[in-house]
Design a protein around this ligand. Structure first.
Ligand code: PRP
Ligand code: URA
Length: 209
């Protein structure tokens, strides 16, 4: 079974409050999304396995832990997930990066896939799917379906803000994945936007509203 972690950390909460503020402009918004992704990475990668290797320090011999196990692949959900990639790469620079392009239909709110590109042998990797927003859950569920069809297991989804509706839907559709949430908001409005949320994450990252 997977687990859901709501990350309750003052640094992350403070930065999410800055994102919510409509006065925060594109440059700051983009930088803060990246910073939050890097901070969340500590929790997302907390259970990475390690193995001990023998080295010599300037003082003497030591058996020390290094990362072992499957290598990670970061697969952002385009567009907005792209904003989290550099933050994750800042702590995991050797990760491969894939892409899943999804956009929500404005009326039905169902995701439409428009682009995919996966690293080779993705099924051998630990897959991390970042997307700032989990609203109805449709996009996240579709992305997890996609990587599972490629044989991936041990999948982690991470978002900055989730609506309870989307979180429940994702947990129900994919009970085996780990989910990391920066903060849980009240719910969705009639346009399936998160309330209070931060607006359209992609538009605010790329300045396209
Ligand atoms: C946003 C967001 C998620 C999705 C969440 O993307 O980044 O991918 O909506 O909504 P859901 O949980 O109801 O599926 P959007 O489709 O607006 O595309 P964009 O990233 O290109 O702006
Ligand atoms: N996508 C966003 O970018 N924001 C929302 O609140 C919901 C979906």
């Amino acid at each position: 079974m997977g687990k859901t972690t709501i990350i309750d950390h003052p640094l992350i909460s403070h930065k999410i409050s800055l994102l919510r503020d409509e006065r925060t402009g594109t440059r700051d918004f983009r930088n803060i999304v990246e910073e939050i992704a890097a901070l969340m990475a500590y929790e997302v990668f907390r259970d990475l396995p390690t193995e001990n290797v023998d080295i010599r320090t300037p003082i003497g011999d030591a058996s020390v832990p290094v990362l072992s196990g499957r290598k990670p692949a970061i697969v952002p959900i385009l567009r907005a997930g792209l904003g989290m990639v550099n933050g994750l790469l800042s702590v995991m620079p050797s990760a491969k990066v894939g892409h899943i392009g999804l956009c929500r239909d404005e009326v039905t709110h169902e995701p439409r896939e428009y682009y995919v590109n996966m690293p080779k042998h993705i099924e051998e990797r630990l897959v991390i799917l970042p997307d700032p927003m989990l609203a109805t859950g449709g996009s996240a569920i579709h992305a997890v379906d996609f990587v599972k069809k490629h044989g991936c297991r041990g999948i982690k989804f991470m978002c900055i803000i989730a609506a309870p509706e989307g979180l429940s839907a994702l947990e129900k559709a994919h009970p085996d994945i780990d989910i990391y949430v920066g903060t849980l908001d009240k719910g969705l409005n009639e346009n399936a936007y998160i309330v209070p949320g931060l607006g359209d994450a992609g538009d605010r990252i790329f300045g396209t509203d």
